[in-house]
Design a protein around this ligand. Structure first.
Ligand code: NAP
Length: 278
């Protein structure tokens, strides 16, 4: 029996066990996928423990995506550039780290809007771990422009500097939320806005971004898996807008492929996600 799982703190809310177990069962792979709560102070020990216990691989979620890097043997160059790992593969005791979040978002954008990364303009509202991984992927995939807006502006500025080192062709800027005229001007040329803050997770959360500044043609992805108030209002205003469930699905499908070297049964995984989130 092979062993997989997801480490995070907290991690009980994760939908990945249902999605990944359904995929293993569909392909008749004898494997379990466990929820593995790991306190930040215990990360290094836990990584060693999982290796010794014979785990073939695991997913990594908040708050360990960057913190796990020093404990891995080989890091995929894109994951290293984004300083974020969400998938670990144990290859004979050697731990390899990857990030599949950017790919998940790429697929979500492609499926929802029939839009490629290359040549298009994106605005990321929030520059936490998920945005860091996604913007790295988008810069490496030749987005025409990436604009970063974050509550803590200096985090957006340092991400901008890192992205500029990865891509010379992509126009990268960091704007303050208070610069409404510059924001408005920038938003007129943006193809997709991606909401990557954690605002919207709770039902009583306010809306994180100024929808009134967005032209109606702007497409919106909210990384949060549920239908948020932002999405409800954006749709009412006429925007083409989707939640993060397809991103979750595709980041998971790519992790599954990295572990098993088999095509992931994406439809089965999607049905498993629907069953737990409805
Ligand atoms: P994170 O690293 O904790 O980053 C949180 C982000 O939210 C930061 O930009 C932070 O800004 C901002 N923020 C938090 N509270 C705020 C507030 N009150 N007002 C304005 N901004 C606020 O989290 P993450 O890992 O990037 O995840 C972000 C979201 O993406 C979460 O909702 C997560 O569930 C979702 N996600 C979805 C997927 C998927 O597959 N669909 C994958 C990964 C993440 P500061 O820098 O100023 O603190």
């Amino acid at each position: 029996m092979q062993k997989y799982g997801i480490i995070g703190w907290p991690v009980e809310h994760s939908l990945s066990p249902k999605m990944q177990q359904a995929a293993f069962d569909e392909l008749r792979i004898e494997a379990t996928y466990d929820l593995l709560p790991v306190e930040p102070s215990n990360l290094e020990n836990k990584v060693e423990e999982l290796k010794t216990a014979g785990y073939s691989g695991w997913n990594v979620t908040v708050p360990h995506k960057s913190a796990i890097l020093p404990f891995l043997d080989v890091i995929d160059p894109a994951a290293a550039a984004g300083e974020s790992v969400n998938t670990v593969v144990n290859r004979g005791g050697e731990l390899h780290g990857f990030s599949t979040d950017g790919y998940g978002l790429e697929m979500a954008v492609k499926e929802a809007f029939n839009l490629e990364i290359e040549g298009n303009r994106f605005l990321f509202w929030g520059t936490g771990g998920a945005a860091q991984a996604a913007t790295t992927h988008f810069a490496l995939r030749d987005a025409a422009a990436i604009t970063l807006v974050n509550r803590t502006h200096n985090k957006a500025v340092s991400l901008k500097m890192r992205l500029e080192q990865l891509s010379s062709g992509c126009e990268i800027s960091a704007l303050q939320r208070s610069e409404s005229e510059r924001l408005k001007e920038c938003l007129t040329s943006v193809d997709v806005v991606i909401q990557c803050t954690s605002i919207g997770l709770r039902p009583d959360d306010s809306i994180s971004m100024p929808l009134d500044l967005l032209p109606r043609h702007t497409k919106i992805v909210d990384m949060i898996y549920n239908e948020t108030e932002l999405l409800r209002q954006a749709k009412a205003f006429g925007h083409d807008a989707v939640n993060g469930s397809r991103m979750l699905l595709h980041q998971g499908a790519k992790a599954f492929r990295l572990w098993t070297e088999k095509d992931a049964p994406v439809e089965v995984m999607q049905n498993a996600l629907k069953a737990v989130s409805s």
